[in-house]
Design a protein around this ligand. Sequence first.
Ligand code: FRU
Length: 441
Amino acid sequence: MANDWRQQIHLEPRAGWLNDPNGLCFFNGKYHIYFQFSPDSSSGAGRKCWGHFESSDDMQSFDYTGIVFEPDIPEDRSGVYSGCAVIHEGKMHIFYTGNVKLPGDYDYITAGREANQIHVVSEDGIHMGAKWVILRNPDYPAKMSCHVRDPKVWIEDGKWKMVLGARTLDDEGCILFYEADDPDEWHYVKTLTRKDYGYMWECPDLFDVGGKWFLGLSPQGVPHEEYKHQNVYSAGYFRYEDGTLEGDFEEFDYGFDFYAPQTFIDKNGNRLIIGWMGIGDIPYSNPTTQLGWQHCLTIPRRLSVAADGGLIQTPVVNYDGESAPLGDNTPEFPYALEASQIKDGLEIGIGGARIAFKDGVASLSFTDDSGSGRTIRKAKIGSCDDVTVIADRSSLEIFWNGGRTVMSSRFYPDTTAPAIVYAGCELSVRKLKKTEVRGFE
Ligand code: FRU
């Protein structure tokens, strides 16, 4: 089949719908990558489960081991929603939200929904222990709506700590903090918010990179601007200092398709981030939906802190050989394009995708229908020293200035080797090793 748009280095389901990465961790010599999975429909309808990939410690070959959680207790009967994994004393501790929609005439915001936080212990990441409910609606502050979810847990100075994303009854997005000495006995600590920053904060993640702390979150309802918050929902971070949110919110990604990321620590102690290369309720589309599946995860990116205090994302990929000047050959996906010697007016075309830099603004746009309804995304980056594009069969991830600004997008060219044109730079290409995925029948 010519246009199956199957990804070569990105994790995606064989059939059905994928959304958020969940439970990311390195455990017993393997990486575990769980994901929100609707196996019954490529449009996301039906059961909401967790699917599971695990890999050798080079993230080069993966096994899809199947569904590890499905809605099968009263407390998660409308969906096994997002969550995380923590490794403690040789066991994996998973925390997720059991979503329950009660039958009846409810708005499901202020009434009719249960948000149950659930703890599960696993010895191997595949076989799961009993589901144990640790927090229910009455355990949240009285001013919360029924939207409280996506636990991210870590252990700090011997204490278990948790952040939850939430929506107040006044339609304000916020984070709830809980603490525990025992992972089944949690108590509320505090709520944090930022005025006028949307009505719901999903998928919080409180993490440190080299001793600096950040609060990652996916806010819904932040007003759109020309160079910021261009998508229906955003994903980004505040700095977190002395227990408060500091500075401006900065987006993790300025492309068309990035949401609900999660960070974790790799085998070398580096912090990596993986996002969902998709967003809910988008006004554009993904033509794989008609073929039976939709969405993938981003490649992992290593986080570091820039001199200005913001985050740098460095792609973590497996290269196949050295980079070489592009020359006359048109490479086959997957590959990395590396642009240097950049001039104002830079333009790189990959099929119908246009990557440009002019007057301090980086952009990604489409000149044909390979964007499937995607128009233009822009970011003010000031100057431009380099650009790296990770190109797979149906996605582009663009790392400006060593990854200080990133743009991720799905795109659907009609060939596995679209023509590359460029002006205003030197361009090299470096092949990437295909990721092997076993376990799909
Ligand atoms: C984010 C999200 C989470 C929720 C999950 C449900 O995309 O809405 O808040 O847990 O997806 O699939």
